[in-house]
Write a protein that binds this ligand. Structure first.
Ligand code: ADP
Ligand code: GLC
Length: 469
């Protein structure tokens, strides 16, 4: 949940959707681990309860803190044994217990504070057993009589699949017949799969991804189950928190600007390049990348295309990200080969992410698949033209510019291959050299609206439908 703990877009969503719902008059409470990464010097926490959480043969003493101040209410689950690992997600052999504890504590909090939720909105595999817990161990508690569950899948490729022996830690041995039997015979249990089976509703973060996860290609082995539940699977695009991500008000950029006066953008570009030690030359376009560096994001396409494109077309490339060593090395070697054109900043740096959105002319997202993607939405608002692979949420939010109609907000290539990326970058650069067209595409993007006012309402409709079911 931004700003407390973040590895990617989920944090932005949880930072914004509950806030929207609170403003819309709902009583929203967020439960998240008090990771050691959370900067507690900036928040006021009040201890509100101690819990003992038995998980199979293990037991954890947990203290829950409530953040005081503005809505939404946030409960932080404090248990250093589980959450002080230096990073949010691990491959440690108690990873399942780290999030089972979170799931149980969320339900214990409801009981202790007599909070009867109409909806429990569980996100990703980490919370995906909650629907099953509500329907089994907690079913006797009248508090949950009217509770309905919604599972949102932010990324189907992270499923929480564990050896079947770990099942004992769920405390659900009595209900083992409710676990997917074929999978158990193969020696596995799968948290996300259990969520898909038992949540009252399933959603994902774009309409196109909602369709794609029901196909073998992007279904991660769960497509059959998702097809079986097709009538409850909806895709709702993520919104943008324009209080955080707008060039008019952004506190991380030195020069603010708007659609009607873009002069600040050029100054931000100069500032960005100066910060990164690259020369500025008027008319030379800057391409930006801000990303987790993992296979999903499709950067392997750049390895063979970029050197040639950089040489021939003379643009500059700024990259902020960290992740898989092979991808980090690829960007580091691009920087070595093109020291005046390429800068790779390895790490996670929120202020630089904002500065790149503002200072770059174009933003590159060649994702293999992309459930929603937020950076292309930020780019649109910052007048930074997205170059994307036409998949998932990218397909729903970026349309290729057509000079004849003047419509379109970016460049989307169809097939995830080098020819596709090459075409899109060349088309973008050719358009950049036509100032009138470029101005049109920038204006189209800046006028697009993906606010939570709109997207949040779609969640409210789903909640209402579930609550009355
Ligand atoms: P994903 O959730 O798959 O990583 P999204 O596009 O939904 O992709 O969200 C990524 C979010 O994480 C954006 O807010 C982006 O600015 C941020 N981000 C990713 N990598 C970095 C980084 N290295 N430094 C700062 N912010 C980053
Ligand atoms: C996941 C997806 C990303 C999405 C984000 C928030 O991390 O990879 O596409 O925008 O969740 O929903």
């Amino acid at each position: 949940m931004a700003p407390y703990a973040k590895t990617g877009g989920l944090a932005d969503v949880i930072g914004a959707l509950p806030a929207y719902l609170g403003q819309a008059g709902h009583d929203v409470r967020v439960v998240l681990p008090l990771y050691d990464k959370v900067d507690t010097s900036k928040i006021v926490l009040e201890a509100v309860g101690d819990f003992n959480v038995p998980l199979g043969a293990h037991a954890y003493a947990v203290r829950v803190f409530k953040k005081t101040g503005n809505s939404p209410t946030v409960y932080f689950v404090h248990c250093p044994e589980l959450y002080a690992r230096g990073r949010l997600y691990t491959s440690d052999n108690d990873e399942h217990r780290r999030f089972l504890a979170l799931s149980y504590v969320a339900l214990f909090i409801c009981q202790r504070f007599e909070f009867a939720p109409d909806i429990i909105h569980a996100h990703d595999w980490q919370a995906a057993l909650v629907p099953l817990l509500v329907k089994t161990l907690f079913a006797k508690d009248p508090l949950f009589r009217r509770t309905r569950t919604l599972l949102t899948i932010h990324n189907l490729m992270y499923q929480g699949s564990f050896p079947v022996e770990y099942g004992a830690d769920t405390n659900l041995d009595r209900y083992s017949d409710l676990f997917h039997q074929d999978l158990m015979k193969q020696g596995r249990i799968n948290f996300l799969l259990q969520g898909v089976l038992y949540a009252d509703g399933v959603s994902t973060v774009s309409p196109t991804y909602a369709k794609e996860i029901q196909t073998a290609a992007l279904g991660g082995g769960l497509d059959g189950l998702l097809r079986a539940r097709s009538s409850t699977v909806v895709g709702i695009l993520n919104g943008v928190d324009y209080d955080e991500w707008s060039p008019e008000t952004d506190r991380f950029i030195p020069h603010r600007y708007s659609a009607s006066n873009l002069s600040g953008k050029e100054h931000d570009k100069q500032h960005l390049l100066a910060q990164l030690g690259l020369p500025y030359k008027s008319g030379v376009p800057v391409l930006g990348i801000v990303s987790r560096l993992v296979g999903q994001k499709g950067f392997s396409l750049l390895a063979r295309t970029m050197p040639d494109l950089l040489r021939r077309l003379g643009f500059q490339l700024v990259v902020l990200g960290s992740g898989e060593p092979a991808l980090e090395q690829m960007f580091a070697s691009l920087q070595r080969a093109f020291p005046r054109q390429v800068c790779f900043y390895q790490g996670f740096k929120n202020d630089l992410a904002h500065l790149i959105e503002a200072g770059a002319d174009m933003f590159v997202m060649p994702s293999v698949y992309e459930p929603c993607g937020l950076n292309q939405l930020y780019s649109l608002r910052y007048g930074t033209v997205p170059i994307v692979h036409r998949t998932g949420g990218l397909a729903d939010t970026v349309q290729t510019f057509s000079p004849s109609t003047g419509r379109g907000t970016g460049f989307a290539f169809e097939h995830h291959d080098e020819a596709g990326l090459r075409w899109a970058i060349q088309a973008a650069l050719a358009t950049y050299r036509q100032p009138a067209q470029w101005s049109q595409i920038v204006q189209n993007g800046m006028a697009a609206d993906f606010s939570w006012q709109t997207q949040g309402r779609l969640y409210e409709l789903v909640y209402k439908r579930l609550a009355s079911s």
